[in-house]
Design a protein. Structure first.
Length: 86
């Protein structure tokens, strides 16, 4: 599998830092294993379109929870945001 080769060849400290708590390669791998190739491709395309520096993190005044707003309009909950960004 391509992702396993990527994990083998590229050391963790040389990989891009993901904005999501679960890295892009892990999310694609897990979805492919759990739900099949089509879902893995969907996850890959979502991550390619959204895993960039074009986002805002705001704190919801009612729930005091942080949320990430991506340029695509997608809202990501605090539980899915990478710790380094919180």
């Amino acid at each position: 599998m391509v992702i396993k080769t990527y994990w083998f060849l590229i050391p963790p400290n040389k990989r891009r830092k993901c904005i999501f708590k679960k890295s892009c390669s892990n999310a694609v791998f897990d979805d492919t294993i759990s739900f099949g190739f089509y879902k893995g491709i969907q996850t890959l395309l979502f991550r390619i379109r959204n895993c960039n520096n074009h986002f805002d993190i705001v704190t919801d005044t009612h729930s005091n929870e942080k949320k990430m707003y991506l340029k695509s309009g997608t809202v990501i909950s605090e539980t899915e945001i990478a710790e380094r960004l919180l």
